[in-house]
Design a binder for this molecule. Sequence first.
Ligand code: DHB
Ligand code: FE
Length: 279
Amino acid sequence: MAEIVGGVATSHVPAIGAAIDHGKQAEPYWAPYFEKIEPARAWMAEVDPDVCIVAYNDHASAFSLELIPTFALGVAPEFPPADEGYGPRRVPVVQGHPELAWHLAESLILDEFDITIVNEMPVDHGLTVPLSITCGEPEAWPCKVIPLCVNVIQYPAPTGHRCHELGKAIRRAVQQFDGDERVVVFGTGGMSHQLQGERAGLTNVDFDLAFMDTLIDDPEAQALVPHTEYMREAGSEGIELVMWMIMRGALSPRVKEVYRGHHVPTSNTSNGLLVLENA
Ligand code: DHB
Ligand code: FE
Protein backbone atom coordinates (compact mmCIF):
# COMPACT_ATOMS: atom_id res chain seq x y z
CA MET A 1 0.00 0.00 0.00
CA ALA A 2 1.31 3.46 -0.90
CA GLU A 3 1.42 6.00 1.91
CA ILE A 4 1.13 9.77 2.35
CA VAL A 5 4.08 10.72 4.53
CA GLY A 6 3.59 14.46 4.73
CA GLY A 7 2.23 17.67 3.33
CA VAL A 8 3.86 20.89 2.20
CA ALA A 9 2.14 24.21 1.54
CA THR A 10 3.98 27.07 -0.05
CA SER A 11 3.44 30.27 -1.99
CA HIS A 12 4.55 29.97 -5.62
CA VAL A 13 5.67 33.53 -6.42
CA PRO A 14 7.38 33.54 -9.86
CA ALA A 15 10.01 36.07 -8.71
CA ILE A 16 11.34 33.39 -6.32
CA GLY A 17 12.00 31.14 -9.32
CA ALA A 18 13.71 34.03 -11.10
CA ALA A 19 15.82 34.79 -7.99
CA ILE A 20 16.98 31.14 -7.87
CA ASP A 21 17.57 30.92 -11.63
CA HIS A 22 19.62 34.12 -11.64
CA GLY A 23 21.59 33.45 -8.45
CA LYS A 24 20.07 36.27 -6.40
CA GLN A 25 19.38 34.33 -3.21
CA ALA A 26 22.13 36.12 -1.27
CA GLU A 27 20.94 39.62 -2.24
CA PRO A 28 19.61 41.71 0.67
CA TYR A 29 16.02 41.57 -0.62
CA TRP A 30 16.01 37.77 -0.92
CA ALA A 31 18.40 36.44 1.75
CA PRO A 32 15.92 36.70 4.67
CA TYR A 33 13.33 34.74 2.68
CA PHE A 34 15.72 32.02 1.52
CA GLU A 35 16.98 31.52 5.09
CA LYS A 36 13.43 30.66 6.10
CA ILE A 37 12.99 27.88 3.54
CA GLU A 38 16.04 25.84 4.67
CA PRO A 39 14.15 23.69 7.23
CA ALA A 40 11.59 22.71 4.56
CA ARG A 41 14.39 21.76 2.15
CA ALA A 42 16.09 19.70 4.86
CA TRP A 43 12.79 17.92 5.62
CA MET A 44 12.24 17.12 1.95
CA ALA A 45 15.78 15.77 1.59
CA GLU A 46 15.36 13.63 4.69
CA VAL A 47 11.89 12.31 3.86
CA ASP A 48 12.97 11.75 0.24
CA PRO A 49 9.49 10.94 -1.14
CA ASP A 50 9.02 8.78 -4.23
CA VAL A 51 6.19 10.92 -5.54
CA CYS A 52 4.77 14.38 -4.91
CA ILE A 53 1.16 15.13 -5.80
CA VAL A 54 1.22 18.89 -6.37
CA ALA A 55 -2.03 20.87 -6.22
CA TYR A 56 -1.27 24.10 -8.04
CA ASN A 57 -2.92 26.47 -10.46
CA ASP A 58 -2.05 27.21 -14.03
CA HIS A 59 -1.83 30.95 -14.79
CA ALA A 60 -3.11 30.90 -18.40
CA SER A 61 0.05 29.03 -19.47
CA ALA A 62 -1.28 25.54 -20.32
CA PHE A 63 -4.96 26.49 -20.39
CA SER A 64 -6.48 29.66 -21.79
CA LEU A 65 -10.02 30.96 -21.44
CA GLU A 66 -10.99 28.52 -24.21
CA LEU A 67 -10.99 25.63 -21.79
CA ILE A 68 -11.05 25.84 -18.00
CA PRO A 69 -11.05 22.53 -16.11
CA THR A 70 -11.87 22.85 -12.42
CA PHE A 71 -9.59 19.93 -11.47
CA ALA A 72 -7.12 18.55 -14.05
CA LEU A 73 -4.88 15.60 -13.25
CA GLY A 74 -1.67 15.02 -15.22
CA VAL A 75 -1.25 11.34 -16.17
CA ALA A 76 1.64 11.82 -18.63
CA PRO A 77 5.16 10.41 -18.20
CA GLU A 78 6.56 13.94 -18.26
CA PHE A 79 5.61 17.61 -18.11
CA PRO A 80 7.90 20.31 -19.57
CA PRO A 81 8.32 23.73 -17.92
CA ALA A 82 6.00 26.26 -19.59
CA ASP A 83 7.14 29.32 -21.51
CA GLU A 84 5.56 32.17 -19.53
CA GLY A 85 6.87 34.89 -21.82
CA TYR A 86 10.62 34.80 -21.12
CA GLY A 87 11.31 31.27 -22.40
CA PRO A 88 10.80 28.20 -20.21
CA ARG A 89 12.65 28.14 -16.86
CA ARG A 90 15.83 26.08 -17.19
CA VAL A 91 14.69 23.59 -14.59
CA PRO A 92 14.40 19.84 -15.09
CA VAL A 93 11.48 18.37 -16.98
CA VAL A 94 8.99 17.04 -14.43
CA GLN A 95 8.78 13.23 -14.48
CA GLY A 96 5.25 11.97 -13.90
CA HIS A 97 3.99 8.70 -12.42
CA PRO A 98 1.40 7.48 -14.96
CA GLU A 99 0.51 4.34 -12.98
CA LEU A 100 -0.34 6.15 -9.76
CA ALA A 101 -1.88 9.06 -11.69
CA TRP A 102 -4.27 6.76 -13.59
CA HIS A 103 -5.12 5.01 -10.33
CA LEU A 104 -5.90 8.43 -8.81
CA ALA A 105 -8.02 9.38 -11.82
CA GLU A 106 -10.02 6.17 -11.60
CA SER A 107 -10.41 6.27 -7.83
CA LEU A 108 -11.34 9.98 -7.71
CA ILE A 109 -13.82 9.79 -10.58
CA LEU A 110 -15.50 6.67 -9.16
CA ASP A 111 -15.51 8.58 -5.85
CA GLU A 112 -17.64 11.18 -7.74
CA PHE A 113 -15.02 13.91 -8.31
CA ASP A 114 -15.24 14.99 -11.95
CA ILE A 115 -11.53 15.12 -12.76
CA THR A 116 -10.23 16.17 -16.18
CA ILE A 117 -7.57 13.73 -17.43
CA VAL A 118 -4.55 15.48 -18.98
CA ASN A 119 -2.14 13.63 -21.26
CA GLU A 120 -0.06 16.64 -22.25
CA MET A 121 0.56 19.81 -20.24
CA PRO A 122 3.38 22.31 -19.72
CA VAL A 123 3.67 23.30 -16.05
CA ASP A 124 4.15 26.93 -15.04
CA HIS A 125 5.53 28.71 -11.95
CA GLY A 126 2.58 27.41 -9.92
CA LEU A 127 4.28 24.00 -9.94
CA THR A 128 7.95 24.59 -10.74
CA VAL A 129 8.57 27.29 -8.10
CA PRO A 130 7.39 25.07 -5.20
CA LEU A 131 9.75 22.35 -6.49
CA SER A 132 12.63 24.85 -6.58
CA ILE A 133 11.76 26.07 -3.07
CA THR A 134 11.76 22.57 -1.60
CA CYS A 135 14.37 20.80 -3.77
CA GLY A 136 16.84 23.52 -4.77
CA GLU A 137 18.60 23.27 -8.13
CA PRO A 138 19.19 19.56 -8.88
CA GLU A 139 20.06 18.15 -12.32
CA ALA A 140 16.82 16.18 -12.14
CA TRP A 141 13.92 16.58 -9.67
CA PRO A 142 14.51 14.01 -6.90
CA CYS A 143 11.01 12.50 -7.13
CA LYS A 144 8.19 11.90 -9.55
CA VAL A 145 5.45 14.52 -9.64
CA ILE A 146 1.74 14.22 -10.36
CA PRO A 147 0.35 17.66 -11.25
CA LEU A 148 -3.15 18.43 -9.99
CA CYS A 149 -4.15 21.68 -11.64
CA VAL A 150 -6.97 23.64 -9.97
CA ASN A 151 -8.89 26.52 -11.52
CA VAL A 152 -8.59 29.54 -9.25
CA ILE A 153 -8.20 32.20 -11.92
CA GLN A 154 -11.65 32.26 -13.55
CA TYR A 155 -14.77 32.55 -11.37
CA PRO A 156 -16.20 30.19 -10.16
CA ALA A 157 -13.30 28.44 -8.44
CA PRO A 158 -14.04 25.32 -6.38
CA THR A 159 -14.88 25.95 -2.72
CA GLY A 160 -12.44 25.34 0.09
CA HIS A 161 -14.82 22.60 1.25
CA ARG A 162 -14.68 20.85 -2.12
CA CYS A 163 -10.89 21.08 -2.12
CA HIS A 164 -10.72 19.63 1.40
CA GLU A 165 -13.00 16.75 0.41
CA LEU A 166 -10.85 16.15 -2.69
CA GLY A 167 -7.79 15.92 -0.45
CA LYS A 168 -9.53 13.27 1.64
CA ALA A 169 -10.39 11.34 -1.54
CA ILE A 170 -6.73 11.54 -2.62
CA ARG A 171 -5.73 10.03 0.72
CA ARG A 172 -8.19 7.14 0.25
CA ALA A 173 -6.94 6.60 -3.30
CA VAL A 174 -3.25 6.57 -2.36
CA GLN A 175 -3.93 4.12 0.47
CA GLN A 176 -5.55 1.75 -2.05
CA PHE A 177 -2.66 1.87 -4.52
CA ASP A 178 -0.82 -1.40 -4.81
CA GLY A 179 2.72 -0.09 -4.46
CA ASP A 180 5.17 1.01 -1.78
CA GLU A 181 5.41 4.65 -2.85
CA ARG A 182 5.92 7.26 -0.14
CA VAL A 183 3.96 10.32 -1.20
CA VAL A 184 4.07 13.99 -0.20
CA VAL A 185 1.09 16.18 -1.11
CA PHE A 186 1.66 19.86 -1.91
CA GLY A 187 -0.80 22.73 -1.75
CA THR A 188 0.59 25.83 -3.41
CA GLY A 189 -0.27 29.49 -3.97
CA GLY A 190 -1.34 32.27 -1.61
CA MET A 191 -1.01 33.62 0.88
CA SER A 192 -2.70 37.01 0.75
CA HIS A 193 -1.92 38.93 -2.42
CA GLN A 194 -3.71 40.93 -5.06
CA LEU A 195 -2.04 41.64 -8.39
CA GLN A 196 -4.67 43.84 -9.96
CA GLY A 197 -7.26 46.57 -9.48
CA GLU A 198 -7.67 49.18 -6.77
CA ARG A 199 -6.34 46.95 -4.00
CA ALA A 200 -3.23 45.76 -5.92
CA GLY A 201 -0.43 45.16 -3.42
CA LEU A 202 -2.76 44.12 -0.59
CA THR A 203 -1.38 41.72 2.01
CA ASN A 204 -3.01 40.65 5.29
CA VAL A 205 -0.60 38.93 7.67
CA ASP A 206 -3.18 38.57 10.47
CA PHE A 207 -5.49 36.67 8.14
CA ASP A 208 -2.65 34.48 6.85
CA LEU A 209 -1.38 33.45 10.29
CA ALA A 210 -4.92 32.72 11.49
CA PHE A 211 -5.52 30.70 8.31
CA MET A 212 -2.47 28.54 9.06
CA ASP A 213 -3.67 27.93 12.65
CA THR A 214 -7.18 26.93 11.61
CA LEU A 215 -5.97 24.87 8.66
CA ILE A 216 -3.80 22.84 11.03
CA ASP A 217 -6.11 22.55 14.07
CA ASP A 218 -9.62 22.67 12.66
CA PRO A 219 -9.68 22.09 8.89
CA GLU A 220 -13.39 21.25 8.98
CA ALA A 221 -14.06 24.80 10.23
CA GLN A 222 -11.68 26.29 7.64
CA ALA A 223 -13.51 24.33 4.95
CA LEU A 224 -16.69 26.32 5.68
CA VAL A 225 -15.03 29.68 4.91
CA PRO A 226 -16.54 31.00 1.65
CA HIS A 227 -14.76 32.47 -1.35
CA THR A 228 -15.93 35.96 -0.49
CA GLU A 229 -13.99 35.91 2.76
CA TYR A 230 -10.76 34.83 1.03
CA MET A 231 -11.25 37.56 -1.56
CA ARG A 232 -12.16 40.25 0.98
CA GLU A 233 -9.41 39.40 3.48
CA ALA A 234 -6.61 37.93 1.32
CA GLY A 235 -7.17 39.75 -1.98
CA SER A 236 -8.27 38.46 -5.36
CA GLU A 237 -5.30 36.06 -5.70
CA GLY A 238 -5.60 35.00 -2.06
CA ILE A 239 -8.22 32.54 -3.34
CA GLU A 240 -5.22 30.35 -4.28
CA LEU A 241 -5.27 29.31 -0.60
CA VAL A 242 -8.10 26.86 -1.31
CA MET A 243 -5.38 24.61 -2.76
CA TRP A 244 -3.82 24.35 0.71
CA MET A 245 -7.11 22.68 1.72
CA ILE A 246 -6.38 19.83 -0.71
CA MET A 247 -3.05 19.15 0.98
CA ARG A 248 -4.68 19.32 4.42
CA GLY A 249 -7.48 16.95 3.44
CA ALA A 250 -4.91 14.41 2.27
CA LEU A 251 -3.41 14.22 5.79
CA SER A 252 -4.88 12.70 8.94
CA PRO A 253 -7.47 14.72 10.90
CA ARG A 254 -4.77 15.55 13.46
CA VAL A 255 -1.37 16.63 12.22
CA LYS A 256 2.01 17.62 13.57
CA GLU A 257 3.35 21.02 12.51
CA VAL A 258 6.95 20.23 11.52
CA TYR A 259 7.79 23.69 10.23
CA ARG A 260 6.17 27.06 9.64
CA GLY A 261 7.78 29.91 7.74
CA HIS A 262 6.31 33.28 6.93
CA HIS A 263 7.88 36.23 5.16
CA VAL A 264 6.33 39.43 3.85
CA PRO A 265 6.64 40.50 1.16
CA THR A 266 8.10 38.39 -1.60
CA SER A 267 7.18 40.36 -4.69
CA ASN A 268 3.50 41.19 -4.05
CA THR A 269 2.83 38.25 -1.77
CA SER A 270 2.61 37.50 1.92
CA ASN A 271 4.61 34.30 1.70
CA GLY A 272 3.78 31.23 3.75
CA LEU A 273 5.45 27.83 4.06
CA LEU A 274 4.18 24.86 6.06
CA VAL A 275 5.45 21.32 6.54
CA LEU A 276 3.00 18.91 8.18
CA GLU A 277 3.09 15.24 9.10
CA ASN A 278 0.31 12.90 10.11
CA ALA A 279 -0.04 12.80 13.90
C1 DHB B 1 2.88 36.79 -7.70
C2 DHB B 1 2.29 35.78 -6.94
C3 DHB B 1 1.64 34.72 -7.54
O1 DHB B 1 1.02 33.73 -6.86
C4 DHB B 1 1.59 34.65 -8.93
O2 DHB B 1 0.98 33.58 -9.49
C5 DHB B 1 2.16 35.65 -9.72
C6 DHB B 1 2.81 36.71 -9.10
C7 DHB B 1 3.62 37.93 -7.08
O3 DHB B 1 3.57 38.12 -5.85
O4 DHB B 1 4.29 38.67 -7.81
FE1 FE C 1 -0.26 32.42 -8.39
